[in-house]
Ligand binder design. Sequence first.
Ligand SMILES: C[S@@+](CC[C@H](N)C(=O)[O-])C[C@H]1O[C@@H](n2cnc3c(N)ncnc32)[C@H](O)[C@@H]1O
Length: 213
Amino acid sequence: MTLLTHAEASAYWNERHQRESDLRSGGHMAFDEATNHMFYMRRLALLMDLVGLQSSPVAPLYLLDAGCGKGWFSRELARFGHQVDGIDGSEAALEHGRSLGGGPRYHQSTLSGWRSPWLYDAVLSIDVVFHILDHAEWERSVRNLASLVRLGGRLVISDWNLDEDRAFGNYQMLRSRKRYLTLLAECGLRHDGWRSYEFRRSINGFHAFTRTG
Ligand SMILES: C[S@@+](CC[C@H](N)C(=O)[O-])C[C@H]1O[C@@H](n2cnc3c(N)ncnc32)[C@H](O)[C@@H]1O
């Protein structure tokens, strides 16, 4: 099957965010709303393990939700007192996020194009980079996210943990564990492991990295 071009993928996401309910638009299309809610909660709990259980409005963590969609994770993380920037390519998704308020600052940007005045304690990219179908753009995106993590900070990226690349349908390209480990080692990040979502039959999970240099 031929993969979508960049323009087709952008149009797909903008249209899907306009058409689908809050959770299905960025979650799993085969799940109903209640199941998607569990899926979101499950991943939020994993993220809390990876980012830490600190909650302090007087000493907030600076977080980037890279590919935030309608901002469910951004809002939940902001509720803990964190300062959250949410970026996404889809203006329709961001408009929806902004209408719900709750603290995050939303910006329309690609992952490769986002420039920030500050580094982040953690950069999170939840079910996004395997939708970047072009390998060169994937690499620019992952490098840019890595460059935004402060020393000692965390990078968390969803993908699977197998040693091969594989396309699913025309809009997903799962990438080998080795690609992440090699690229991010070059960027000064240590791989701290992979946590499976362990939700229904999902093959995905979170790769966690820490900036060490
Ligand atoms: C499966 S949704 C996940 C959204 C959100 N992280 C969530 O879990 O609800 C994928 C999102 O990635 C965004 N996206 C895909 N490629 C992108 C890119 N190169 N730059 C910025 N956003 C992108 C899409 O617009 C879409 O909102």
